[in-house]
Design a binder for this molecule. Structure first.
Ligand code: SF4
Length: 546
């Protein structure tokens, strides 16, 4: 065994595979260090490894456990879009054809899940036989049980059987028709296949917790617990909220505290995870619990918290537990833009959060924002600059960092119809120029990366050929542009996927995947946003008026 695996502290007991166990590979398309830091990967691997009817080996791009010669199932957890390149590389390494339509009865079934595939699987649809859409808690078991029922059948029979399981999407069983750039229909290939696939939602009060702790993780020796799932704030661009609704919380007494105490037997580093952990109604009680002397040597970190929940108590607990800074998402210094995105946050709450962070002993505050939000103009960006400068003056000594990305449309959100605003690139540069001389550390996310994300987040199946080409050219925007040029006439151009505002009557590439909210509700949320636009923008950008 590779020594990297010897450094693991397992927090579950793997089953001994029975004689007839299904030879399975569960892969993460990146290095061990990246993969083992993904809570989702850890939990799915443990769920599979605890079944005696499976014999599971792990595969990363740099290391692997002893692999079966003839795996029947090969799974991938995809949490970063560009890791698709590694999926194709790993399939070749396993000598499996990369396109599902040329795989035969002797090839393994290639299944995938994770945030990228749950959001929009279409650009990758041709590479997978099976896609698990939604929470894995019940879905994973249902998938294995259904596979057992058809284990010895031919491939098409297997796929047709699996397609009957709620949340299992078999891309090959759906035919997409086009008229020019637009999709005209997405239909199952026969009447026995469900016409839509409903994303699965787990409703228990125990959420995920690390199943393995290791010094080789990117966050060395961290034990992670998921405190909340989804976010009730529903900022209109936010996939983390809209795609995973409804908002769910882990029970503090029954689940979180026992899990934390169990994890802290093997490490002293604790991460509280969730889209917005302080939204947990009992978060103050959890903080109080962790403030007890028995947790004195625990290093605590929390992912992004809601701005108006940054209390002195939270800052004190974090600074005593070795956290130096806190992250809040403010989106914009412009009140109008915050209203457009449904960010229920007042400017004075941002100032209060900074004051509380400082009073509680934290050294720094990271703020996250976005440019290119639909309806935004240069004046809104100026307001962000003004707000950050005033904040710097109001809290001297507190290190301020402003991380900023460009708006990217995401499937299943009310802003899915908007394109990436080309002006975002300039606005990032403007922020850089205005903030850095004022002592505010500026960390922009590359505009080009936003363009690549949009290609994938609004992509359809026609892009699988483009992804295969890009794979050979590298992951820069130049590579994507080159591939679009080569495929001109065969796929719509980059502008269609990335920058165009789509009409709400358009059939979306993910039309057959039923997310948490029905389309009319998303349109209502979109209308509430566009009602805030000024007249000029509403003519340009309101897809309802197009
Ligand atoms: S508060 Fe953060 S996590 Fe919640 S919806 Fe808004 S952006 Fe998403």
């Amino acid at each position: 065994m590779n020594p990297i695996f010897n450094a693991e502290h397992l927090l579950f007991t793997p089953a001994s595979p029975n004689r007839d166990a299904i030879p399975t590979i569960f892969a993460f398309p990146n290095t061990y260090t990246v993969g083992i830091t993904s809570l989702g990967y850890q939990v799915v691997w443990a769920t599979l490894a605890m079944r005696s009817d499976l014999d599971v080996s792990r595969l990363f791009t740099d290391v692997h456990e002893s692999l079966p010669r003839s795996p029947e199932l090969v799974g991938f957890s995809l949490s970063w879009e560009l890791d698709y390149v590694n999926i194709l590389n790993l399939l070749e390494f396993l000598e499996v054809p990369i396109r599902s339509d040329v795989r035969g009865d002797n090839d393994p079934l290639i299944f995938g899940g994770g945030p990228v595939l749950s959001a929009n699987a279409e650009p990758f649809a041709d590479f997978f036989d099976v896609i698990l859409v939604g929470d894995g808690e019940d879905l994973l078991g249902n998938f294995i049980t259904a596979y057992q029922q058809v284990r010895t059948a031919d491939r098409l029979t297997q796929l047709k059987h699996l397609a009957q399981v709620p949340g299992i999407y078999i891309p090959r069983l759906y035919q997409v028709e086009y008229d020019g750039d637009l999709i005209t229909s997405i239909l199952p290939i026969d009447s026995n296949i469900p016409s839509t696939i409903t994303k699965q939602t787990y409703r228990g009060n125990t959420l995920s917790a690390s199943t393995v702790v290791t010094e080789k993780a990117a966050w060395e020796n961290i034990f992670m617990v998921e405190v909340v799932r989804s976010c009730p704030e529903m900022c209109r661009f936010c996939l983390a909220s809209y795609l995973t609704l409804p908002f769910r919380v882990a029970s503090i007494e029954e689940s979180l505290i026992p899990a934390i105490d169990n994890g802290l037997k093997v490490t002293n580093r604790l991460g509280l995870l969730g889209a917005s952990v302080t939204q947990h109604p009992e978060f103050p009680a959890l903080l109080e619990h962790l403030a007890q002397p028995k947790y004195d040597d625990v290093r605590l970190s929390v992912s992004s918290v809601r701005t108006n929940t940054v209390t002195v108590q939270l800052a004190e607990t974090l600074s005593k537990r070795d956290s130096k800074s806190l992250t809040i998402a403010v989106e914009s210094g412009s009140k109008r833009i915050r209203k457009i995105v449904n960010k229920k946050l007042e400017t004075d709450e941002i100032f209060q959060a900074a004051a509380n962070a400082k009073a509680g002993g934290l050294k720094g505050l990271k703020l996250y924002g976005m440019v290119g939000i639909p309806g935004e103009d240069n004046d809104d960006v100026d307001q962000t600059v003004k707000m950050l400068r005033s904040l710097k003056k109001a809290t001297p000594g507190l290190r301020l960092t402003f991380g900023c990305s460009s708006f990217v449309p995401k499937a299943h959100t009310p802003f899915q119809w908007f394109g990436v605003n080309k002006a975002a690139d300039k606005r990032l540069k403007l922020l850089q120029k205005q903030l850095t001389p004022n002592g505010i550390e500026f960390r922009p996310e590359s505009y080009n990366w936003s363009v690549i994300q949009a290609i994938i987040s609004r992509g359809d199946r026609r892009l699988s050929h483009l992804l295969e080409l890009t794979r050979n050219y590298g992951d820069s925007i130049g590579s994507f542009k080159r591939a679009f040029k080569e495929l001109r006439g065969q796929v719509p151009d980059l502008d269609f996927y990335v920058h165009q505002t789509w009409d709400v009557s358009q059939i979306l590439p993910w039309n057959h995947i039923i997310g948490p909210l029905p389309q009319p509700t998303l349109i209502k949320h979109l209308e509430s946003a566009t009602a805030q636009f000024d007249l000029v923008n509403s003519i340009d950008m309101n897809p309802i008026n197009n």
